[in-house]
Design a protein around this ligand. Structure first.
Ligand code: 6PG
Length: 469
């Protein structure tokens, strides 16, 4: 049988994507570096349009030209060694797609190296975990547009669909698809951090129990906050541990893991000059969480206020937290899309920000109704500098900034750590400050290092001979 596509890598994500392709009518060749997963696939999912291969050469030879090979393997060196093993078996114009969580710089390098050999390389951000891969992920493909056009009928068919449109569109050249996925993950980190702070506030400051909070998240999921992460938070908080019968949240160790994409987002924001403080604080919060033993000791010897669960009007505070969380989300996406905008200029990718927001409406971890408004903001004004400038977000920010301020102050009064919410507020106040305080930093730089400064009243570069210098 001639196959329309080959999937290399049959771990959870690769196998799920392959099943998705088969369910959508593709003829799929399957290969894994070790035979165990290949056997597992053929036992679990026998299909008339699927052929499993235990050797690379016949796997590649079974593909229709231009051959299309979708890699779903571990990012980094494994991806390079897989590419090195299949490239000699391919002809010019054949297409390799990498769906792993690759670093965009590696993807750009691979794109260039393979182009020299005449092989097309598409780096494809894939989001949505196992369920997304199986039922419809969000896809962020980049590389040469002509190569994308070859595979678009398959990718757009297997992607999540919202309002009849696929959550997949061509991002740009080089590794820009993996860049978009990277910042998606950075936003995911911030979204998760904000939600965890809202949960802690409701529990420790408002004094609600876990099931009450689960219900609140379910209700919030019917409001402007409606999103995958809010929905699963309600489910998680409702879930009891089968061993102890306690809420499972109380038996999960409070140390957050990470694979690195949030950190990459922050590093890139530092490199290209974007104030992505909420994402970066969320990465740091995970590092701080990992110091469990030190935190437990410090809880004994460092002073701070006792949590006060005596708020007089619980309903009022629940509403304030809801609005504060939405406000934090607005600030997070403001930063995330500032990063996309800056990256588009810096790397020369010409991003269509409205389309990126549309991809995120379904299939991915940050999927949310909210993204319709983000997309509309950029559709109405392609040159929009910041979503906070768009009428919808202006109106929401003006309505909810007071709630964020009250929740942040209350949390601080009670000694609750809120790096996500507080950096959202600092970003918001900093962004709307017509005079930032940086005038003093400039004066200090000039004082100790003659670094010069600009003036508000004259054009040019100035230096003061400071008295006593
Ligand atoms: C997705 C997820 C996915 C993965 C994260 C987890 O969009 O499907 O983002 O890519 O779950 O990379 O990242 P951490 O392990 O760093 O939290």
């Amino acid at each position: 049988m001639n196959h329309t596509i080959g999937v290399y890598g049959l771990g959870v994500m690769g196998a799920s994507l392959a099943k998705n392709m088969l369910n959508k009518g593709e003829r799929v060749a399957l290969y894994n570096y070790t035979p165990d997963l290949t056997e597992k696939f053929s036992e679990e999912f026998p299909h008339e349009s699927a052929t499993v291969f235990y050797d690379l050469k016949p796997f590649i030879e079974s593909l229709e030209k231009p051959r299309k090979v979708f890699l779903m393997v571990t990012a980094g060196e494994v991806t390079d060694s897989v590419i090195n093993s299949i490239a000699p078996l391919l002809d010019k114009e054949d297409i390799i797609m990498d769906g792993g969580n690759a670093n965009f710089k590696d993807s750009t390098e691979r794109f260039r190296l393979l182009k020299e050999k005449g092989i097309q390389f598409l780096s494809i951000g894939v989001s949505g975990g196992e369920a997304g891969a199986l039922n419809g992920p969000a896809l962020m493909p980049s590389g040469d547009k002509a190569a994308y056009d070859e595979v678009a009928p398959i990718l757009e068919k297997i992607a999540a669909q919202v309002d009849g449109k696929p959550c997949c569109s061509y991002i740009g050249t080089e590794g820009s698809g993996h860049y978009v996925k990277m910042v998606h993950n950075g936003i995911e980190y911030a979204d998760m951090q904000l939600i965890s702070e809202a949960y802690q506030f409701l529990r420790k400051v408002v004094g609600l129990d876990v099931k009450e909070i689960a219900n609140i998240f379910s209700k919030w999921n019917e409001w402007e906050l409606k999103s995958y992460l809010i929905e699963i938070t309600g489910h998680i908080l409702n879930y009891d541990d089968p061993v102890t019968s306690q809420p499972i949240i109380d038996v999960i160790l409070d140390k957050a893991g990470q694979k690195g994409t949030g950190k990459w987002t922050s590093k890139d924001a530092l490199d290209i000059g974007v104030p992505a403080s909420i994402i970066t604080e969320s990465v740091f919060a995970r590092y701080l969480s990992s110091l469990k033993d030190e935190r437990v000791e410090a809880a004994e010897y460092l002073a701070g206020p006792k949590m006060n669960c005596q708020v007089s009007d619980k309903d009022e505070w629940i509403n304030l937290v809801k609005e504060a969380l939405f406000m934090g989300k607005i600030c997070t996406y403001a930063q995330g899309f500032m990063q996309y905008k800056q990256a588009s200029d810096y790397y020369g990718w010409n991003f269509r920000l409205a389309d990126i927001a549309l991809i995120f409406r379904g299939g991915c971890i940050i999927q949310a109704d909210f993204l319709d408004s983000v997309s509309q903001a950029f559709q109405s004004d392609v040159k929009l500098k910041n979503i906070l400038r768009a009428p919808y977000f202006q109106e929401k920010a003006n309505a909810y900034e007071g709630s964020l301020r009250r929740v942040a102050m209350k949390a601080m009064e009670n000694g609750l750590s809120i790096p996500g919410l507080s950096s959202s507020l600092s970003f918001y106040d900093g962004y709307r400050a017509s005079r930032s305080g940086a005038e003093l930093i400039q004066a200090q730089r000039d004082y100790f290092g003659a670094h010069t400064y600009e003036r508000v009243d004259k054009v040019g570069i100035f230096h003061t001979v400071w008295e006593g210098e």
